[in-house]
Design a protein around this ligand. Structure first.
Ligand code: ADP
Ligand code: ZN
Ligand code: ZN
Length: 813
């Protein structure tokens, strides 16, 4: 009997055994997809994990329906990685598989199929059956795979659909995004020789007074501000006609150019000719080389704008020379845009990009390129790129490695991509470098305890001074009545001065919307989400109240829902309100906003980032996203609207995070020539973390934090597993959590904390309760996890707890 074990993309602990016919058996490969029956009616796509002849005793053996791939999709290294993740993060291999494969690979009976609008039938052949499906899709826009089965009176249609996908006739799970080409704005500059010959040219223009006038206007604009002058704006505001402009351009007195295109071009030229590294950079490159040769994990601690990216570029070059693949990880999709253009300038089409704003089909393409080692050796990607099927991986770079967005919270696998990257590098025998200006406490701890090798860049490139950071006391400013809305006079004047110089400003506020609370002045009631234990945020833009946890929304209210009083006031500050205030304070300037609400769609980030880069926006307001590794050359001032809610976050990392965030946001200022300025508004100017931020004193911050972690038994000294309970039935939830905690206490005593409700105890109608298990340094991690799984098993046998979901989150913060 020929048997195979299959991993199904489901949260089930086991692999499943199926029988394979003789003829199929000759074609089957470990790592290939097979379609298998599951339950009474379902068909799933799974991956062949093992070929064997151990007959299962527990259940009736079924035969596979079909082999889908000739060649494996999952490599031996990926199997190892999947196994490690499943063991370490206490989840099933199936859940990991689901994260590994783009979902277009995992056809199942519930998958939705739709017509590809770009497909033309005349030029493409379809079989009769394929044609039937295609025709059905002309009448209804989407069909589930199982309905196609009924239509064709066939049990299994996965192979047929795979062929239709290959022919581009249909799309699976497709999200439709509007196509967007980054807009190229035309700008004007003076022709090359105009400067020297100005007198002559002006004389020449005496018989063309309009042209002469336009030229002089251009000069006076240039004298006022160094900002690039867009053609459209010049025409409109200076009332210059098309004919006049064209004449000047024809005479080569003006030249048109695209800011973006122009920049990459000149940059490319200087890039392609070797970068000349500073002494400090050369030193660091040598230290990294040395660490790599010993197989050590490198931690590059380099202040913002010290030239870390250039270090990566050199390391990547060395790998490409050896024909190796490189994985370059970033914590945020928003950061990929800038990095991709920077990398393309050096490496052209060696660069592949992988993240979730790409459609499922595009991800499939990148996956195949990496698997077959075709079409580019460098992958730039976020979290999930760590799962790609590298064949010949030489180097992994984890940029901004301190970022907590590397941790996946929902759904399972709840993994930390930085840690998985380290394991990946080990399995693939590749080098790995973590880079950051503000190392996480645990990475720095690892470096000090000889687990990582620390290398440091202490100076900004070209020795540009670090930004000057100043705290602005809001209490003081209020007392002296020096506030304009939420802006202290200090911040207001600094913005004004910066704009006058033609420079740009970034303002950070960590909440989106207009204001997070709408409160009744009479009875004090504030409008709450019906599904979650949070108040609704007011969004002025479309006059709604919205829940940021479940998406619930309702129209803005004119009267209190409880006492009917019309006197309502908004409390708290969001990015929308900052934007609104700015428009009043600086009516002549362009204000842009970057947060979740303004960046939807595939190119949401690009649009805003490009506009800011091209200086169409003078002031950019945003949430966390503006604080991270973006590189803008013309920003001189960074303002933090309110640092206090960063300090008050209820978790042991809040100080570490606050430090990282503020140092990072400060790093956006003054990245070229002039020294940048950072103003942080706060009610607690004496707080030790804020003091450490102003002096960029990482060492003191680390020392204080690690002392706390020792004293209060937190990571990295102790490890943690969070056990989460979720369910609609409040009483059952409490019973379930108590039951589990009791089981844990018998073994782990005082190292069990809770059960406790988190700060937001109900989301989307599910109540939530947590237990924290702390694991002392000497306690075996494996044994602890085995014990957890054992209790889980007994838990699952209790019928009363069936409606309460149990979730393990390993290294939860
Ligand atoms: P980081 O990633 O450390 O914040 P970047 O790599 O963005 O810093 O470098 C900051 C600036 O300095 C960038 O504009 C970069 O192009 C420039 N730079 C860094 N190193 C060099 C070098 N060796 N030669 C030329 N320019 C460099
Ligand atoms: Zn009221
Ligand atoms: Zn809600």
């Amino acid at each position: 009997m020929n048997l195979i074990d299959v991993i199904l993309p489901l949260p089930l602990d086991a692999r499943f055994t199926y029988a394979v016919s003789e003829s199929d058996f000759r074609q089957i490969n470990i790592g290939s997809r097979v379609a298998v029956p599951f339950g009474k009616t379902k068909v799933y796509t799974g991956i062949v994990a093992e070929i064997h002849d151990r007959f299962p005793e527990k259940y009736e053996l079924k035969e596979i329906e079909q082999i889908i791939d000739e060649h494996p999709l999952i490599t031996p290294n990926q199997f190892q990685l999947i196994k490690w993740i499943s063991d370490y993060y206490l989840c099933s291999e199936g859940e990991v598989l689901k994260a590994v494969l783009p979902n277009a690979f995992l056809l199942e009976s519930e998958t939705i199929v739709e017509r590809n609008q770009d497909f033309t039938l005349s030029e493409n052949e379809l079989t009769d059956e394929e044609y039937l499906v295609f025709e059905a899709l002309q009448n209804q826009s989407v069909i589930k795979i199982k309905e196609i089965g009924k239509l064709l009176e066939k049990k299994n249609v996965l192979q047929l659909l795979k062929k239709m996908v290959d022919k581009n006739a249909v799309l699976l799970h497709q999200e439709i995004y509007k196509k967007y080409q980054p807009k190229l704005v035309k700008y004007l500059k003076l022709g090359e020789d105009v400067g020297q010959n100005l007198q002559l040219i002006i004389e020449d223009l005496n018989n063309a007074p309009k042209q002469k006038e336009a030229l002089l206007k251009f000069y006076s604009l240039k004298a006022k501000s160094p900002k690039p002058i867009s053609k459209k704006k010049f025409k409109k505001e200076e009332e210059v006609s098309d004919a006049v402009l064209r004449a000047l351009i024809d005479k080569q007195i003006f030249k048109e150019y695209h800011l973006q295109a122009d920049r990459t071009k000149t940059d490319t030229e200087s890039y392609k000719s070797e970068i000349s590294y500073s002494e400090e950079q050369i030193q660091v490159l040598n230290e990294i080389k040395n660490a790599f040769s010993k197989g050590e994990v490198g931690l590059l601690h380099g202040v913002t704008s010290s030239g870390k990216t250039e270090i990566y570029i050199e390391l990547i070059k060395q790998q490409l020379a050896k024909g190796k693949q490189v994985l370059y990880m970033l914590p945020e999709i928003a950061l990929t845009t800038q990095l991709v253009s920077r990398m393309q300038a050096y490496f052209g089409n060696e660069v592949l990009v992988y993240h979730s704003k790409y459609t499922s089909n595009e991800r499939v393409e990148v996956y195949k390129h990496v698997l077959n080692n075709t079409g580019g050796k460098i992958v730039i990607g976020v979290r999930s790129s760590v799962f790609l099927p590298f064949q010949n991986l030489g180097l992994v770079i984890v940029d901004e490695s301190h970022e907590n967005t590397y941790k996946q919270y929902q759904p399972s696998p709840r993994y930390h991509a930085r840690d998985v990257a380290i394991v990946l590098a080990k399995i693939a025998k590749a080098n790995i470098l973590l880079g950051t200006a503000t190392p996480s406490i645990e990475s720095y701890y690892n470096a000090l305890h000889a687990k990582f090798t620390l290398v440091e860049l202490k100076n900004r490139f070209k020795n540009i001074l670090p930004p000057e950071i100043q705290l602005v006391d809001l209490k003081e400013a209020h007392k002296k009545k020096k506030m304009k809305g939420h802006f202290s006079e200090t911040l207001f004047l600094a913005i004004e001065a910066t704009l006058e110089k033609g420079k740009q400003v970034i303002l950070f506020q960590n909440r989106r919307g207009f204001s997070p609370i709408l409160e009744c002045n009479t009875c004090g009631h504030s409008v709450q989400c019906p599904n979650c234990d949070v108040s609704l945020t007011y969004h002025q833009q479309n006059n709604t109240l919205r829940c940021h946890y479940c998406g619930y929304q309702m129209a803005m209210q004119s009267h209190c829902l409880v006492c009917k009083s019309p006197e309502l006031s908004t409390k708290g500050l969001g990015t929308e309100q900052v934007e609104t205030e700015l428009k009043v304070l600086f009516p002549k300037h362009q204000i842009g906003r970057m947060d979740l609400d303004t960046t939807r769609g595939k190119y949401g980030y690009e649009k805003i980032i490009n506009r800011f880069q091209q200086q169409e926006i003078d002031i950019l307001v945003g949430t966390q996203i503006v604080t991270k590794g973006l590189d803008f050359r013309n920003v001189d001032l960074v303002g933090v609207m309110n640092a206090d809610n960063l300090l008050n976050f209820p978790d042991f990392r809040s100080h570490e995070r606050c430090f990282q965030l503020l140092v990072q946001v400060a790093g956006r200022a003054g990245r070229t020539q002039e020294r940048g300025k950072v103003l942080i508004q706060t009610y607690n100017p004496n707080h030790q973390i804020l003091q450490q931020v102003t002096t960029n004193d990482y060492a003191t911050m680390y020392k204080e934090q690690i002392d706390d972690r020792y004293n209060f038994k937190y990571p990295p000294v102790y490890r943690m597993v969070k056990i989460i309970f979720k369910g609609r039935d409040y009483n059952r939830l409490n019973e379930a959590a108590d039951w589990f905690a009791k089981g844990l206490m018998m073994q782990f005593k005082e190292n069990v904390l809770g059960p406790e409700f988190p700060a937001i105890a109900r989301i989307n109608n599910d109540f939530i309760k947590n237990i924290i298990l702390k694991i002392p340094p000497k306690q075996s991690l494996d044994k602890t996890k085995q014990y957890l799984l054992k209790i889980k098993k007994s838990y699952e046998a209790v019928a009363a707890f069936r409606g309460i979901r149990l979730i393990f989150d390993v290294d939860p913060y």
